[in-house]
Design a protein around this ligand. Structure first.
Ligand code: NAP
Length: 241
């Protein structure tokens, strides 16, 4: 049984899968969660083939009961939480005049509300590891649009700005308990989410998911006295997501 454990949401592809793989390499037992069960199962097969111990829970982050079920499964399997990665996210482009209420709600629920719920459900586990080694880590996926806004993706950008604000608040509230929160704010990363822009920005010009995972690996190694509240990633040229 690994002596550290991590929970990664949106781990079935892209950034979440790369971070899960890195955390496995770093000796963590993994709980991985995402919406579509078949896609998640494929990712889990790859992680298990790499030799990692994995708990798999499909669920919709927009549903409070699913968030609770995911955390309960993690608790049951591992009994501890060293790294929580709030990565699941969704972006729907629309001009402000055409914004559909259902899509506003979905982006708010998955990108912001779910993160708040995960903190609430995991607070006791994080406090326990924070007391043990002062390096309980929570990674929250924001975006460069959360730092500077984005026309046509304005709802998405607003949710990502909320993630930065929430992360700052969590450092103020939980930092003294040995729980560090970090907002990652990347530009375009080469994942299924950026397929829509590949005609204009070549995948090879984008940040790789592994680059993001390496940044998280660095965060695992920081001393208890070092807090990195956010990391902004640019790719050469513009525009950015
Ligand atoms: N790619 C970029 O350029 C970029 C830039 C800045 C920030 N980000 C952020 O990075 C995070 C990961 O994105 P990515 O680029 O790796 O995208 P991705 O490859 O599309 O992965 C998104 C992951 O989130 C899951 N997910 C989406 N909606 C969900 C829901 N309602 N419930 C549960 N799981 C859900 C997906 O599962 P399903 O496929 O089953 O839905 C998938 O595992 C997101 O928060 C995104 O906003 C991405």
């Amino acid at each position: 049984m690994p002596d550290r454990a991590a929970l990664v949401t949106g781990a079935s592809s892209g950034i979440g899968l790369a971070i899960a793989r890195m955390l496995g390499e770093e000796g963590h037992g993994l709980t991985v969660a995402a919406r579509r069960p078949e896609k998640l199962a494929e990712a889990v097969t790859r992680l298990r083939d790499a030799g990692f111990e994995v708990e798999e829970v499909a669920g919709n982050m927009a549903e409070e009961a699913d968030v609770q079920r995911i955390v309960a499964a993690h608790r049951e399997r591992w009994g501890r939480l060293d790294v929580l990665v709030n990565n699941a996210g969704v972006g729907v482009g629309a001009a402000v005049a055409d914004t559909v209420t259902k899509r506003i709600d979905m982006q708010l629920d998955v990108n912001v509300r779910a993160i708040i719920l995960f903190y609430r459900e995991c607070a006791d586990l994080l406090r326990a590891t924070g007391a043990e080694h002062r390096n309980a880590l929570v990674i929250n996926l924001s975006s460069i649009s959360g730092k500077g806004g984005a026309g046509w993706l304005a709802v998405y950008a607003a949710t990502k700005a909320a993630v930065v604000g929430w992360t700052q608040s969590m450092n103020k509230e939980l930092g003294a308990d040995g729980i560090k929160s970090v907002a990652l704010c990347p530009g375009f990363v080469d994942t299924p989410m950026t397929e829509f822009i590949r005609e204009h920005v070549k995948p090879e010009d984008m940040i790789s998911p592994e680059d993001i995972a390496e940044a998280v690996r660095f965060l695992l190694r920081t001393s208890p006295n070092c807090v990195v509240p956010e990391i902004v990633f640019h790719q050469p040229g513009e525009p950015n997501l």
